[in-house]
Design a protein around this ligand. Structure first.
Ligand SMILES: Nc1nc2c(ncn2[C@@H]2O[C@H](COP(=O)(O)OP(=O)(O)OP(=O)(O)O)[C@@H](O)[C@H]2O)c(=O)[nH]1
Ligand SMILES: [Mg+2]
Length: 260
């Protein structure tokens, strides 16, 4: 694949496993958003040899857009897919979005602008601040997600610390060794990369199924172990003075924000 000469301004990683039906739409929406804002953005698609042929579709999309495709041998998990995607990203700011259109692709340029205006190191798309929400989720799933975020209180001021939709400075993300499984990678980065400023922006998560939580006992125990390790890490570090900025829907749409 020919390499573009200059680094991109934003690199978004899309981890995929059996996303053939949605990936084309996602890619078109992301690049439409980039073009509308004259943003020189790229995508990194990390496919784990999806049985439905997502990898071949990604290769085809890469002939038309600024996309790098990583093919891995089998389903190796979301956390490592994100880390490998960050490693090949060319931009100084990297991010993650789900392939199934649960996260609004057109919001990416505004997230970047919010991060830049606040001079922050990280911006998190949030379901749990005013203006954010979830659609198509059963009560059990919402409860589990909210509880997981509640358990992260004290580690970070971010209300949706388990978000799968965020941007971060690439150098900070790469300086961090993500712990086993990297179960909740956003939380891992919020704590271990010690961002001096974080921004939280609201969005509505659209679930693809009305299903219950996929959190099983193994994942729940993994999350508890992750929280324990992160508390130990936090205690071992000097206190961090961190700026936290919460953006309203109105500020996001107008492209302005006030510090809080
Ligand atoms: N490369 C890779 N991608 C994965 C893996 N597991 C999940 N993904 C992708 O990660 C993103 C989030 O996974 P989802 O399955 O949508 O997780 P979810 O949103 O919690 O659950 P759903 O309700 O099923 O949508 C999607 O883009 C998936 O295709 C994996 O093992 N490897
Ligand atoms: Mg999903």
């Amino acid at each position: 694949m020919p390499h573009p000469p200059s680094p991109a301004a934003l690199s978004i990683v899309v981890p995929t496993y059996n996303e053939r039906d949605r990936l084309g739409d996602l890619v078109e929406q992301i690049f439409a958003g980039y073009h509308a804002e004259s943003l020189d953005g790229e995508l990194v698609i990390v496919d784990d040899n999806s049985p439905d042929g997502t990898g071949a579709l990604a290769d085809e999309l890469a002939t038309r857009h600024r996309i790098t495709v990583l093919h891995r041998a089998g389903k190796l998990g979301l956390g490592t897919a994100v880390v490998e995607g960050f490693a090949v990203a060319s931009a100084p700011i990297v991010g993650v979005i789900d392939a199934d259109l649960s996260h609004p692709p057109r919001m990416l340029p505004r997230m970047l602008a919010s991060m830049q205006q606040a001079q922050a190191d990280m911006v998190i798309g949030s379901r749990y601040i005013p203006g954010g929400g979830t659609k198509n989720w059963g009560g059990g799933r919402l409860l589990m997600s909210r509880f997981a975020c509640l358990m992260a209180r004290g580690l970070t001021p971010v209300k949706d610390a388990t978000s799968g939709f965020f941007l971060i400075r690439k150098d900070l993300a790469q300086g961090v060794r993500i712990s086993a499984g990297g179960f909740k990678i956003c939380l891992e980065l919020l704590v271990r990369s010690r961002p001096s400023g974080v921004v939280e922006v609201p969005y509505v998560f659209v679930g693809r199924t009305a299903g219950e939580s996929k959190m099983n006992t193994r994942e729940a125990l993994g999350y508890i172990a992750q929280l324990r390790d992160l508390w130990a890490f936090k205690r071992s570090q000097p206190a961090l003075r961190q700026r936290y900025t919460r953006v309203t829907v109105d500020q996001l749409q107008r492209g302005t924000l006030a510090r809080s």
